[in-house]
Ligand binder design. Structure first.
Ligand code: PHE
Length: 527
């Protein structure tokens, strides 16, 4: 039995009281204990079937401050009469200073009406010799009984702000089937020893309390960006896309720029826009990459399953020397029907290492592998990119791009527009508008604007185009193969989805972990 001296054991007191009386009312038995405290005790005992209890929800009439004063000192009219009686007469002007403002104001009229006092010139004089202060008597009785029989009278008293009604919860407690004067020791765990000794048969097990709240689970939570990423991945998978490997944050200029026909003087290749890596000072020329082989093979196996295309036997060997020289040629003097940019192309510039500025570097790599076995293909990726940009509310130096490429024979720009309309409609974005734009690696290029139904406004939601022959033909892709590309940031739809206005609330050290833990599962507003 847990009862330590000094602290009061309410449970024990309840059990003791029930030993004397079969039924008790908590407001009478424990007038000084708060309702939540007594309820906790009763719940504890009733979960062990030691008691049963019922909740009584009653209303009580209690006196306001003014009502209490009247019950104690008499009504205002009584006080007026009493003062006049004692002094024989009182000048009306003097009354407030004798009985107080409120009493003078309220009590004078009532005392006239009751014919306890009357006017005599400028004075008040008594009429009655003795009076019955009924108002005071009524309130004193209410104070004792906490009820008013007549509802009309109750309304009137409430209106005069003499009484108010309070809800009172009390409990009626009776003995339960397992009643005892003390709480027996309870066993919480079934042990091997108890099984061996047979003690389990007579042990008094503590019953489960199914009303108890479970302990809060310190579980992990997915970041909102990851949730939106999952949605996009499913969107791509459902449309026959295969995920590209994107595990290289560091790329050579070749894969990030040159192979995409981005000229070496392009502003995007400036230190202002791109993070360059100083150590190691330069990359290898493009070559076989054993580390990427496994990921690529898995991807191609997936693609083969989807498109039922030909196996190894038709695969052309890659010739990286040829590829490298063709890229140089297509920039410097032109090739594949292009007149090129006509500048002195620098191998050093091409082999600088950079933090990739777009996932199109990964798409380029995947497309050059497609040239081994050219066939219709749909690839996508969602991963991190880096730009040396001024950080503000909507820009960070690193963010995520969602990118898709579609390769096929006989593709047209109209087909790209149709595809994008379809794709974005699945995100709840309708009525796309296309704006001619410029990318060194696509022609034509289009910025994508969409009317966001949820936000009710036009938002820029992507960039797209058809990859240039200067990029595709050096890879060895057939002349009549066309490739669509499109990209958007992962952050933008995430910020829209979660109503985040400052990107720093989504990424970085200012992120509120509660927001991450508690935000809802994402469902993009699909059609
Ligand atoms: N790389 C482009 C960007 O960073 C997106 C894009 C991808 C555009 C593919 C056209 C084709 O914005």
């Amino acid at each position: 039995v847990a009862s330590n001296s000094g602290t009061r054991d309410l449970a024990l007191e309840v059990l003791e009281q029930l030993d004397q009386n079969p039924s008790l009312k908590t407001d009478e038995a424990f007038p000084d204990v708060s309702q939540p405290e007594i309820k906790a005790t009763l719940d504890r005992l009733s979960s062990r079937y030691m008691i049963k209890y019922e909740t009584n929800d009653t209303e009580q009439v209690i006196l306001t401050e003014e009502g209490t004063m009247i019950a104690r000192e008499g009504s205002h009219e009584y006080k007026v009469w009493d003062a006049v009686k004692k002094q024989g007469q009182i000048e009306i002007k003097q009354l407030p200073s004798i009985v107080g403002d409120l009493t003078a104001k309220v009590g004078q009229g009532n005392a006239f009406k009751a014919r306890w006092v009357k006017k005599d010139g400028n004075n008040l004089v008594p009429v009655a010799d003795t009076v019955q202060d009924i108002a005071q008597q009524k309130l004193a009785k209410i104070q004792e009984t906490k009820t008013v029989e007549d509802p009309k009278e109750l309304k009137e008293l409430q209106k005069r702000k003499l009484v108010s009604i309070v809800k009172i919860i009390t409990y009626t407690v009776n003995k339960g089937p397992k009643y005892a004067k003390e709480i027996p020791v309870e066993v919480t765990d079934l042990t091997a020893d108890m099984l061996a000794s047979g003690a389990w048969e007579t042990a008094n097990f503590k019953p489960y309390n199914f009303n108890a709240q479970g302990a809060s689970q310190n579980a992990g939570a997915l970041h909102p960006l990851n949730k939106v990423r999952t949605e996009f991945r499913n969107l791509f998978f459902n449309q026959g896309f295969v995920e590209m490997p994107t595990d290289k944050f560091v790329e050579s200029g070749f894969w990030n720029f040159d192979a995409l026909f981005v000229p070496q003087q392009h502003p995007a290749r400036d230190m202002q826009d791109t993070f360059f890596i100083s150590d190691p000072p330069k990359a290898d020329r493009p070559r076989e990459d054993p580390s990427a082989e496994k990921a690529m093979n898995e991807m191609e196996a997936g693609a083969r399953k989807l498109y039922a295309t030909k196996e190894q036997s038709t695969i052309k060997p890659r010739d990286y020397n040829q590829y490298f020289n063709d890229i140089k040629a297509v920039h410097q003097e032109g090739k594949f029907g292009s007149i090129g940019y006509r500048y002195d192309w620098s191998e050093d510039e091409c082999l600088k290492l950079v933090l990739r500025t777009h996932t199109t570097a990964s798409s380029t790599w995947a497309l050059h592998r497609l040239a081994e076995n050219p066939r219709p293909a749909r690839y996508f990726s969602i991963d991190r990119v880096f730009r040396n940009e001024t950080v503000d509310a909507t820009h960070l130096a690193e963010f995520h791009q969602i990118e898709g490429v579609i390769a096929d024979f006989g593709l047209t720009l109209g087909g790209l527009m149709r595809f994008l309309e379809d794709f974005y409609s699945k995100l709840g974005i309708e009525n796309l508008r296309f704006k001619p734009a410029y990318n060194p690696y696509t022609e034509p290029s289009m910025e994508i604007f969409g009317y966001h139904i949820g936000l009710a406004k036009w938002v820029e939601i992507g960039n797209s185009g058809m990859f240039r022959p200067e990029m595709l033909e050096p890879m060895g892709l057939p002349k009549d193969m066309r490739v669509y590309g499109f990209g958007l940031s992962l952050e933008r739809p995430t910020m829209i989805k979660y109503g985040v206005n400052n990107i720093r609330e989504l990424l970085g050290h200012k992120v509120d972990l509660n927001f991450i833990e508690n935000n809802e599962a994402v469902r993009l507003d699909k059609n």
